[in-house]
Write a protein that binds this ligand. Structure first.
Ligand code: M6R
Length: 587
C-alpha cells in the first residue's frame, strides 16, 4: 500500500524519482505526488490519478539532486490532491511521505492544534511534519525526527526532507523501506524494482531504523537508542525482469514466465527443503498462515501434505489467527506464505507465533522482506519480481514448494522434483499463444455474465477458489468457488439457464465431479470442463492433461489466462485492478 521512492546524489533526482515511482505504481494508484528540493526551495506537484503518464516537465518539476515521490492507496481521507502526499509542515520547511497508518493521529492532531498548528488535509500523515516542526523549536532536524517517533503509534515507512538540509531521512516501523546503495548516491524505496536500473546493492532497514543519508549513510535505531551497522546485500533480480518486455501487461508476462519460474523450483537446493521438512517433522502443532492467493496455496498445502506426506497441517487465514493462536506452544511451527513478505496480517500472525516461543518458517518471493527477516528459516520462491497486482507466478511457485516439501516428508524428494520437471515442459504449452487464443474465444462467451461458479474436489477445490479470486479481482465478474460436494447443500439454487460453471476434474475425482457437473447441467448450467478428459456434460472443454499431484499447478494457468482475457474484453486494467494494491501493508 503506497509506494515511496527518493534519491540523493549527483544525477538528476527528479527524473529518477518520476521513473522510479512508475515502477512502484502497483503499490497504490489513487493519487501521487513529488517534492523536488531546488536549492533551498521546494517544488511540490500532486495529482489525483495514476503516475504512469506523468513527466517531470509536465508537472513543472525542475532538475534536482534530492527528490521524493509517493503513490497513494487511500486509508485516511478521500482521494483528493490535498490528501495526496507529500505533506508539508506549517512553516513550509519539512516535507514527509508516508506508507502506513498513524493510529493515534487524532490525539496528536489535537495536541498540535493546541500549539497553534493548522491542518489542511484529512490524512493521518499530516501530523508528522508538524510534530517534527514542533520539536525543531528546540532541536536540530535529525534530533527532532528522533523525538517525533515517540509521538507516533502505528506503522510507518517515512521519507523526510528539510528545506535547509541536504539530506534524506528514512524511517521504518512495520512497513517496508529499502535503501539502494550506488556510487556516491542513495535510493530509498518501498521495493527494490524502483531502483534496479541503477543498483543491486541494498540495505534492508530493521524495525525502528532511522537512516540519515547525505553523501554517506548513518543508521540510528530508535528502539535500541543507538547507532547501528547494517549489511549491504546483493539482490539477484535483474532490471529486465521488472519490465514488461514485449508484453502489453505484466499480468500476461508473469503468467508466461511460469515454465521458467517452476523450473527454478524444480532445481531448488535439496538441503533447504530437507532442513524445513525436518522442522515440520519435529514440530507439534503446525499452522499454515497467509492471506488472499497465498492462503489458497496454504489450503492446497493442507491437501497435498495429507495426500503425499500423510500429515495434517492446520490452516488459518492470517487475520483470523488471533482466534487460534492460543494453541501455540514452543513446540509449534507456523509456516507463513507471502509473495511480498510484507503483508501486515501475515506478519502479525508470525509475531504471535514468535511471542509464544514457536518457530516460524516463511515461504516468500522477496529477499530481505520483513517475513524473511523475522523467520527462523525461509524458502525463497525465486519467481522474480511480480509487478502485476494479481499474484500468478508466485502462486504456482508456492504450490510447487509445498509439493516438494510433501514429497520430502514422504521420503521421495527426487520423485517430486521429477514430477515438477515433467510439468515444466507442459507449462510451455499451457502458456503458449495457441492456448491464449483458445481461452480468448471462451472469454468472449463469458464477458457479459454477471455470475460464474467454479467447482472442484480435493486438490482442485483450492484451485477453484484461487481461480474465482483471479476472475473477481481483475474482471469484476462475480465468481464463487465451491467444493463439488457442497452443491446439493444449497449452492445449486443459484444455477439458472445459461449460468457459466467451471468444473475442475482429475482422474482421481472424475466420477464424483462429473456427477456434480451433470447436476449443474440439468439445471441449465453452461459447463466448462477443465481437466484431462472430455465429457458429454461439458459445453466447452479446456484440456489440461493429467498431472496427478501437480494438477493444481497446471489447471490454474488457463484460469489465469481466462481472468486476463475477461479483463481485456471488459476494458479493465489487468495490472492494476480498482481498489487494490500489491502489498497490503496495513491491518
Ligand atoms: O504478498 P502476499 O502474498 O502476502 O499477498 C497476499 C494477498 O494480499 C495477495 O495474494 C492478493 O490476494 C492478490 N491480490 C492476489 O492476486
Amino acid at each position: 500500500m503506497c509506494g515511496i521512492i527518493s534519491y540523493i546524489g549527483p544525477r538528476d533526482a527528479t527524473e529518477i524519482v518520476v521513473s522510479g515511482l512508475k515502477k512502484l505504481e502497483y503499490r497504490g494508484y489513487d493519487s501521487f505526488g513529488f517534492v523536488v528540493k531546488n536549492n533551498s526551495d521546494f517544488k511540490i506537484a500532486k495529482k489525483v490519478g495514476r503516475v504512469s503518464e506523468a513527466t517531470a516537465d509536465g508537472l513543472g518539476l525542475p532538475k534536482s539532486n534530492i527528490a521524493v515521490g509517493h503513490t497513494r492507496w487511500a486509508t485516511h481521507g478521500g482521494v483528493t490532491e490535498a490528501n495526496a502526499h507529500p505533506h508539508v509542515s506549517n512553516n513550509g520547511k519539512i516535507v514527509v511521505v508516508h506508507n502506513g497508518i498513524i493510529e493515534n493521529f487524532q490525539d496528536q492532531k489535537k495536541f498540535l492544534e493546541l500549539q497553534g498548528f493548522k491542518f489542511y488535509s484529512q490524512t493521518d500523515t499530516e501530523i508528522i511534519p508538524n510534530t517534527i516542526e514542533y520539536h525543531m523549536r528546540k532541536y536540530d532536524f535529525v534530533e527532532a525526527c528522533k523525538r517525533s517517533l515517540k509521538h507516533l503509534d502505528g506503522q510507518y515507512a517515512l521519507v523526510i526532507i528539510h528545506k535547509d538540509e541536504n539530506k534524506i531521512i528514512a524511517i521504518r516501523k512495520e512497513a517496508p523501506l529499502v535503501i539502494g546503495v550506488g556510487e556516491g548516491e542513495f535510493f530509498v524505496a518501498s521495493d527494490v524494482p524502483a531502483f534496479l536500473d541503477y543498483t543491486k546493492k541494498v540495505i534492508f532497514l530493521n524495525e525502528m531504523d532511522m537512516a540519515v543519508i547525505d553523501t554517506a549513510i548513518t543508521i540510528f535505531n530508535a528502539k535500541k537508542d543507538t547507532y547501528v551497522e547494517r549489511n549491504i546485500t546483493n539482490i539477484d533480480w535483474d532490471a529486465e525482469q521488472a519490465k514488461k518486455g514485449n508484453f502489453e501487461h505484466f499480468f500476461m508476462k508473469e503468467v508466461s514466465e511460469q515454465a521458467s519460474t517452476l523450473e527454478g523450483v524444480a532445481n531448488i537446493d535439496n538441503g533447504l527443503i530437507r532442513e524445513v521438512a525436518d522442522e515440520i517433522r519435529n514440530a507439534e502443532g503446525i499452522f499454515f498462515v497467509a492471506c488472499g492467493t497465498a492462503s489458497y496455496a496454504c489450503m492446497h498445502g493442507v491437501y497435498i501434505f495429507a495426500k503425499i506426506a500423510k500429515m495434517h497441517i492446520n490452516f488459518c487465514l492470517a487475520h483470523e489467527f488471533p482466534n487460534f493462536n492460543h494453541f501455540l506452544t514452543p513446540k509449534s511451527l507456523v509456516i507463513a506464505l507471502s509473495q511480498s513478505g510484507e503483508t501486515a496480517d501475515t506478519l502479525i500472525a508470525m509475531r504471535a507465533a514468535k511471542a509464544a516461543g514457536a518457530k516460524v518458517i516463511s515461504i516468500t518471493n522477496a529477499m530481505g522482506s520483513t517475513a524473511m527477516r523475522e523467520s527462523d528459516k525461509t524458502i525463497l520462491t525465486r519467481a522474480g519480481p511480480e509487478i502485476c497486482v494479481l499474484s500468478t507466478k508466485a502462486y504456482t511457485s508456492q504450490l510447487a514448494i509445498l509439493t516438494l516439501l510433501a514429497y520430502e516428508l514422504a521420503g521421495k524428494l527426487e520423485e517430486g522434483k521429477e514430477k515438477l520437471k515433467d510439468v515444466v515442459r507442459y507449462i510451455y504449452y499451457l502458456t503458449s499463444e495457441n492456448t491464449r487464443k483458445f481461452i480468448q474465444e471462451i472469454a468472449k462467451n463469458l464477458r457479459y455474465t454477471p455470475h460464474m461458479y467454479l467447482i472442484g474436489r480435493g486438490l482442485q477445490y483450492p484451485t477453484a477458489l484461487e481461480a474465482t479470486l483471479k476472475i473477481k479481482e481483475v474482471s469484476y465478474i462475480h465468481a464463487e468457488g465451491f467444493a463439488g460436494g457442497e452443491l446439493k447443500h444449497g449452492v445449486i439454487a443459484l444455477i439458472e439457464h445459461g449460468t457459466p460453471c467451471i468444473v475442475f476434474t482429475s482422474t482421481e475425482t472424475e466420477t464424483e465431479i462429473i456427477s456434480n457437473a451433470m447436476e449443474l447441467k440439468a439445471r441449465g448450467g453452461y459447463i466448462i470442463g477443465v481437466g484431462p478428459n472430455n465429457n458429454p456434460a461439458f459445453d466447452v472443454w479446456i484440456k489440461v492433461r493429467e498431472s496427478e499431484e501437480a494438477n493444481s499447478i497446471c489447471q490454474i494457468i488457463p484460469m489465469q489466462i481466462l481472468a486476463y482475457q475477461l479483463a481485456i474484453l471488459r476494458g479493465c486494467d489487468p495490472d492494476k485492478p480498482r481498489n487494490l494494491a500489491k502489498s497490503v501493508t496495513v491491518k
